[in-house]
Design a protein around this ligand. Structure first.
Ligand code: TXA
Ligand code: MG
Length: 346
């Protein structure tokens, strides 16, 4: 299949381009679309052929459920029911935006979307192209991140092309995604509400709004059966092995120097660049270590570019801080398949 890329304005998408994409969606085909978090692979949530095609195009196991994307609250009636009380508070505060909310599933919603579960993940993206595509298609859109299974999520159309070129007919290219990591997922069918994935909305903001919430951090190995979705360890992974350094920074530079320089690439911060240059250590910066917003925006692109460099090992220090830094730490942990080295000052 020939994959076309259509360039579209991120803020004022031309109706003719959206119409063309929506026409494909209405025929049960798939379109990669930009959102404020990462690019999604979109299909009609109410068309079983499209739902099935999404799993096939990504090489995603059918046990991993999909997020349903809506453009307005009316579309929720097709998807969820018995909506818990916390929903309106969360949605009025964070929608449209990078928060996915787990709700009780509508009995008629395709069980393939939810991987047989009685809950469904829903989100209203904050991106003019995604919103216009949902509206013009006239249906909610299922959209997982538009990467091959277990690869880093795509934050540009070129990333989507690298993974899904030849597998889908169309990519809408609206430039790089603003946030760069996926949405935060909160399950409000659980008591207390449970954060299942760190992402664009910091967990602290959810605690401020709802009070008592739980953050589930349990992660399991690739070969164990997942008791709940989204807990697989190997995820977002570059092909080159990655080691994450955690904790005290005083020993970090010495630890970096222990790696052979001809085969190691250091994913560093702006503040480390002079040191890396002085010691001739190959490096790529994620941004200032004070600026987790920029680090999040650069993360997946840096992981993908690093993968193309001719090295056998990637090393990175975990970013400190709260907010979206928690999402970056989670993605690095998974990208490294848990290869975390704890540095201590003592
Ligand atoms: O930012 C995002 O959320 C992006 C953009 C495209 O919207 N989408 C995204 O989708 O990250 P995906 O499929 O790559 O990740 C969705 C996660 C998966 O880990 C899945 O297991 C989890 O959501 N999920 C979906 N339905 C669920 C459910 N009913 N209960 C628990 N987890 C669920
Ligand atoms: Mg994904």
């Amino acid at each position: 299949m020939n994959t076309r890329i259509l360039t579209v304005s991120a803020t004022h998408p031309a109706p003719a381009l959206i119409h063309e994409a929506a026409h494909l969606i209405q025929r049960g085909e798939l379109v990669a679309m930009p959102t404020e978090t990462v690019y999604g692979l979109a299909g009609d949530a109410l068309n079983p052929t499209a739902v099935q095609a999404i799993f096939a195009a990504k090489g995603r196991p059918s046990s991993d459920p999909l997020i349903v994307h809506v453009a307005d609250f009316d579309q929720l009636h097709f998807i969820a029911r018995d909506i818990p009380a916390q929903f309106s508070l969360l949605a009025s505060t964070f929608w449209p935006g990078p928060l996915t909310i787990i709700l009780p599933k509508h009995p008629l919603l395709d069980t393939r979307i939810t991987a047989g579960r009685d809950t469904v993940a829903v989100r209203m993206p904050d991106h003019a192209v995604a919103r216009a595509l949902i509206q013009q298609s006239g249906c909610p859109l299922v959209a997982p991140s538009a990467n091959l299974f277990s690869r880093p999520s795509p934050t540009t159309a070129a990333h989507v092309m690298d993974d899904l070129g030849g597998r889908i007919p169309l990519i809408l290219d609206a430039g790089a995604c603003r946030i760069g990591v996926e949405s935060t997922i909160i399950d409000i069918t659980a008591h207390p509400p449970t954060v299942l994935r760190h992402g664009g909305v910091p967990a602290e903001q959810l605690t401020t709004l709802l009070g008592d919430i739980v953050v589930r951090q349990r992660i399991i190995g690739t070969h164990e059966a997942a008791p709940a979705p989204g807990m697989l360890l190997k995820h977002y992974a570059p092909r080159t092995p990655l080691i994450v350094y955690r904790g005290a920074t005083t020993h970090l530079y010495r630890a970096i120097l222990t790696h052979p320089q001809d085969s190691t690439l250091w994913l560093c911060y702006d503040e480390d660049v002079v040191y890396a240059q002085t010691h001739h250590i190959p490096h790529m910066s994620l941004g200032s270590h004070h600026d987790s917003t920029t680090i999040a925006r650069n993360l997946f692109a840096v992981l993908r570019t690093a993968d193309h460099a001719d090295t056998s090992l990637l090393v990175v220090a975990e970013p400190q801080g709260d907010g979206v830094a928690a999402a970056v730490r989670d993605r690095l942990f998974r990208a490294s398949e848990g290869r975390v080295v704890v540095l201590s000052d003592t």
